[in-house]
Structures are given as structure tokens and as C-alpha cells.
Design a protein around this ligand. Sequence first.
Ligand SMILES: [Zn+2]
Length: 85
Amino acid sequence: MKAVESTQAPSKITENSYGGWECLCGNEATAYGFYPINDQNEEVEPTPDEWTTNLYACFQCGRLIDVDSLEIVRQIPVSEIRKAS
Ligand SMILES: [Zn+2]
């Protein structure tokens, strides 16, 4: 198995000087945005009860981002994210 991206250092999204996020796909909070997601791939409110994963999902590419380290932990198809309406 050979990963396309380096396995030495985890991929991270970038944070600009205003604290805004930019995903590797180019998405920003003001574009498609980033939303808290649970382990059922459902968008949730960021409360201790509902949000147990500490992950945000990029709604453009489906990368899941650890909110503390900004590391991309995995990627899921955006179509599998169940968005709150
Ligand atoms: Zn993205």
C-alpha cells in the first residue's frame, strides 16, 4: 500500500491570521464551510452530548478535521454527510 500523500507528517488544513480555516481543497468557512460531525457522518450541534468526535467536516471535499490539531484524519464522500436542515 502506497499512500498518495506523505504518511510522515499528517496533512493539516491551514489557519489564516484571522483564525479562519482553509482546507486543502480551497474551501473556506465563508464558502462551503466546515461543520461539526458525529461518527454517523451527521452534522450535529457542537455540544458535549451530540458532538463526541471533535471533528469538523469540510463540506466541499469531505475531509474530516480534528478541531484541536487541525489534522485531517480521513476523508469521506460529501454525499455521505447528512446535513442538518
Ligand atoms: Zn475540503
